[in-house]
Design a protein around this ligand. Structure first.
Ligand SMILES: Nc1ncnc2c1ncn2[C@@H]1O[C@H](COP(=O)(O)OP(=O)(O)O)[C@@H](O)[C@H]1O
Ligand SMILES: *[C@@H]1O[C@H](CO)[C@@H](O)[C@H](O)[C@H]1NC(C)=O
Length: 265
């Protein structure tokens, strides 16, 4: 993406800009869920960085995309820590606001038509504003989201093709439906036949955040390899997401470029 020429010359040009949420995950491991009012012993607790938008941004940055997050956090220790987390991952926090009840920072951002957009409808709502289908270059969702948006239960590649056709009818240019261990299905207006892209067979230990790893990786490829075919980008994003499911955690499991096979770049 680029900014209009009349911005000051020190304005930064980013490869990937993510507008979305930053959440602090407070994760407890317990033998079972407590009943209302009950206290039980757990065996592990950790605080992690999450939030779908932030996850995607971190994955894109770890692969080498110059990334910025547009979000707002509170004026509290979680907010401070989150901003530190972005910084240590090389994500620009210029557009991350911190708010308390008294004041809210606002950052004006200009994005021109060159900036490609990926829309990830999470959490999905059945009555999604129709403009979202038409205004995005790549509409990327998982099985659950596809079902909510199309009414088609997506549990295999065939169903994904049917749901994908409906999303194309709603005005999407390109649709990617991720199918967990099965990989993903890609469809576009010019190639309406569903294109199935399998993922590597791996031993999954924790699939939390796999979809966000996929979307972040896809954003990286769209920014750094604009001429690459979308199916190739999708294949590589699947490979990267399949690495993320092989270790525990959400962002903790997202690979850095140096840890990945160089043929992915
Ligand atoms: N068990 C798995 N084995 C290998 N790859 C996986 C597995 N689960 C997820 N992935 C990879 O992560 C991508 C996104 O996973 P998915 O479960 O569809 O997203 P979400 O996290 O939104 O539910 C898949 O397309 C695939 O590449
Ligand atoms: C798809 O993403 C949603 C968040 O929008 C999540 O709640 C759901 O569990 C995911 N579905 C699958 C099959 O992983």
């Amino acid at each position: 993406m680029s900014f209009p020429a009349n911005l000051p010359s020190d304005s930064v040009v980013f490869d990937v800009v993510v507008v979305g949420s930053c959440m602090t995950d407070l994760v407890s491991y317990t033998p079972r869920l407590p009943k209302a009012g009950e206290t039980i012993h757990g065996h592990k607790f950790f605080i992690g960085f999450g939030g779908k938008g932030a996850n995607q941004c971190i994955q894109a940055a770890r692969l080498g995309a110059k990334s910025a997050m547009v979000s707002k956090v509170g004026k509290d220790s979680f907010g401070d820590n989150y901003i530190e987390n972005f910084k240590s991952n090389g994500v620009s926090t210029v557009y991350v606001g911190q708010t308390d009840e008294a004041s809210t920072g606002v950052a004006p951002i200009t994005v021109n038509d060159e900036a490609k957009t990926i829309f990830n409808p999470a959490p999905a709502v059945a009555d999604l504003d129709p403009e979202f289908y038409k205004e995005t270059d790549v509409f990327c969702c998982n099985e659950t989201e596809a079902e909510i948006l199309t009414g088609i239960e997506v549990s295999n590649v065939d169903h994904a093709g049917k749901a994908g056709s409906i999303l194309l009818e709603k005005g999407c240019c390109s649709v990617i439906i991720t199918l967990g261990a099965e990989g993903s299905v890609l469809m576009s207006l010019d190639k309406r036949t569903p294109h199935y892209i399998p993922t590597r067979k791996v031993k999954a230990v924790d699939t939390t955040g796999a979809g966000d790893s996929f979307v972040g990786a896809l954003a990286f490829y769209m920014a750094h390899y604009p001429c690459m075919e979308l199916d190739e980008m999708s294949r590589r994003a699947c490979d990267i997401a399949s690495v993320s499911v092989q270790s525990q955690g959400t962002q903790a499991s997202y690979p850095y470029r140096a840890q990945l096979p160089q043929e992915l770049f």
